[in-house]
Design a protein around this ligand. Structure first.
Ligand code: FAD
Length: 387
């Protein structure tokens, strides 16, 4: 397609951030024939021994699957996912009660974050017009010229000018810093009082320690634990709790006392020794909700994924909404004949209200999951939803 005198083949699209949304977006832009350059501050995670990310696994749902399907990746990812048809609520007395996610046959999938990211990078690289630049940390960029400066591990700087810059550099986006300097840019950032910590539940005699096709939840009002299954038959348990409470637990014995009181059924499954050590392996991580608008600057730059809308993880939609950003943008590219000035304006108009709604729903579910998920009111509402 032609726009602004250059064909898509001649235009450079820089995707900053090779995480989940950046890697998928690279496929979308490469399919259209743009010269795609992905810049990622980390080393290539396909070669790294340890991949640091924000959660070991995550829930992939319908909107995320649709976005994968457009670039031919749905089956590849789904085949390595574990279906979760229901939540499994663990009461204090060890009783387990399933609550389906939807109608019969509907489910969400537990997928491995690192594998998903690796597969998407490999897919993007299959396009001859897409180039990966690892170890390139964006330092600054100009909204007037599209000139970006990257810092390399040896301390040197490298520059590149792009026709369009797609900011997929996550919740603490460097791209977004230029937006903050501009008039009429709305921005809000809220840290919730809770942090999270991950623990591993190993297999028992080579099998899952709990029923695998469920998202297990231990709701305990002010805090909760959840567990999602992995392909290696482990579960990743995530404890969400106010930082004040985390700080009260300072010894292995404190951990045991706490688990004995609130999650007694999980103790033999995680293991006493593992609990006592793994609990202190990493400090609890913070969770932030970020809303902003507009998502674009002129015809030069657009924010997608967490850089535009980081959400708290209680609705399981952060990545899914980021993946949906890619489809929505792609559809608008068709409608506006790839004219960036029209596309970016329309993208902000269409996408901001939807992403803000996801952020609000996630915040609402922050209370719902730990407090209401086992209440009579919740069970009643689930029944109404299922009709
Ligand atoms: P990121 O994954 O943060 O990727 C950003 C990338 O940009 C990174 O690779 C980073 O290295 C790179 N980068 C950063 N700065 C620079 C720079 N200056 N220069 C170059 N590169 C840079 N979502 C779901 O849909 N389902 C779930 O079940 C779910 N569970 C979650 C559980 C937890 C505990 C948390 C914290 C989040 C969860 N999420 C979930 C949300 C999901 O993790 C995010 O929405 C998703 O990772 C966003 O992807 P992204 O590519 O926009 O950002």
């Amino acid at each position: 397609m032609e726009s602004g005198g250059k064909s898509s083949k001649d235009k450079v699209v820089a995707v900053v951030g090779g995480g989940l949304v950046g890697a998928l977006n690279a496929c979308y832009f490469a399919r259209r024939g743009f010269q795609v350059e992905v810049f990622e501050s980390r080393d290539d995670i396909r070669e790294a021994k340890i991949v640091r990310g924000r959660s070991i696994n995550l829930a992939l749902s319908h909107r995320g699957r649709q976005a994968l399907s457009r670039v031919g990746m749905e089956e590849k990812i789904v085949s390595k996912g574990i279906p979760m048809h229901s939540r499994m609520i663990h009461s204090l007395n060890g009783k387990q009660s399933p609550i389906p996610y939807g109608k019969k046959g509907q489910y969400i999938l537990s997928v491995d974050r690192a594998n998903l990211n690796k597969e998407l990078l490999t897919e993007a690289e299959r396009y001859p017009n897409a180039k990966m630049n690892f170890d390139h940390k964006l330092q600054d960029w100009s909204p007037d010229t599209g000139l970006m400066t990257f810092l390399r591990p040896d301390g040197s700087a490298q520059s590149l000018q792009a026709d369009l810059i797609v900011g997929c550099d996550g919740a603490f986006s460097t791209i977004r810093k230029q937006f903050l300097r501009r008039s009429r840019f709305n921005f809000s950032q809220t840290y919730i009082p809770h942090g999270y910590l991950e623990l591993t539940m190993p297999p028992v005699a080579g099998e899952f320690a709990m029923k695998p096709n469920y998202l297990h939840i231990w709701p305990r009002n002010t805090f909760m634990m959840i567990a999602l299954p992995n392909l290696d038959k482990t579960f990743t348990c995530t404890l969400f709790m106010p930082f004040d409470e985390f700080e009260k637990i300072t010894t292995g014995d404190d951990v045991m006392e706490f688990f004995q009181e609130y999650f007694p059924d999980a103790i033999p499954l995680i293991g006493v020794e593992a609990l006592k050590t793994d609990y202190f392996r990493l400090p609890a991580q913070a969770m932030v909700s970020i809303k902003c608008s507009p998502y674009h600057i002129n015809d030069k730059c657009v924010l997608m994924g967490d850089s535009a809308h980081a959400v708290v993880p209680f609705y399981g939609q952060g990545m899914n909404a980021g993946f949906e950003d890619c489809i929505v943008f792609d559809e608008i590219m068709d409608q506006c004949n790839e004219d960036f000035s029209a596309v970016l304006l329309e993208y902000t108009r269409v996408r901001v209200p939807d992403d803000h709604t996801i952020a609000d729903l996630a915040m609402y579910n922050y209370v719902e999951m730990r407090a209401h998920v086992n209440s009579k009111w919740f069970l009643f509402r689930k029944k109404v939803d299922d009709i």
